[in-house]
Design a protein around this ligand. Structure first.
Ligand code: SF4
Ligand code: SF4
Length: 183
């Protein structure tokens, strides 16, 4: 691992934002739409996990479980189109409204303490003092609550097979929920 830095993300070429599919909950979608006024249909892409472990959170389209992800940059199938080059430094273009998965990456609080999750591609070392660990723990709890809300809507979608024709229909469904103010 690389040497630690007060904020390792500041000296990283944004590996996570460039190389991972950024899956989002409906709560994330509503937040981004509401505060940035971007139509739901304009910033989402489908993500098909080859080894789906989070079935309660998946939407079924023609029997295939799929997740919602942030749209990748043009021509790529991974990464995030909200990553911006600001004077040669890569920065999140929607930092205050970034999805839960970005807020908690690359940490987990499974077990007794907050720690760097194994198996992530993040190469950096974070020094977590108690205060920072507590902040991350709160973010992880918020993240989990948001995905539970998401799971209720995934369940509604999955319980109504006639809707399952296309990703476009799923986006219409998500847009309807966001516009209704239910999330
Ligand atoms: S979380 Fe890790 S991979 Fe992502 S920007 Fe920060 S240091 Fe880089
Ligand atoms: S929303 Fe921001 S933090 Fe999340 S992947 Fe995109 S650029 Fe990175």
């Amino acid at each position: 691992m690389a040497r630690s830095h007060p904020n390792p993300c500041q000296v990283c070429p944004g590996s996570c934002c460039r190389e991972l599919a950024v899956t989002v909950s409906i709560v994330d979608v509503a937040r981004i739409h509401r505060y940035l006024h971007i139509p739901v249909h304009d910033f989402l892409a489908r993500y098909v996990d080859e080894d789906p472990k989070e079935e309660p959170f998946a939407f079924i389209i023609r029997k295939q479980p799929i997740a919602l992800a942030l749209l990748p940059p043009d021509g790529l199938d991974r990464g995030c189109s909200f990553l911006m080059d600001v004077g040669g430094h890569l920065r999140c273009g929607i930092y205050d409204y970034r999805p839960g998965t970005c807020r908690v990456y690359p940490f987990t609080d499974q077990g007794e303490r907050v720690r760097h999750k194994r198996g992530t591609l993040c190469p950096r070392r974070f020094d977590l003092d108690d205060l920072r660990a507590e902040d991350i723990r709160r973010e992880i709890a918020r993240y989990q609550e948001e995905w539970l809300i998401h799971a209720e809507f995934a369940w509604q979608w999955n319980a109504d097979p006639p809707r399952h024709a296309s990703f476009q229909k799923l986006l219409d469904f998500v847009d309807e929920i966001v516009q209704s103010g239910k999330v």
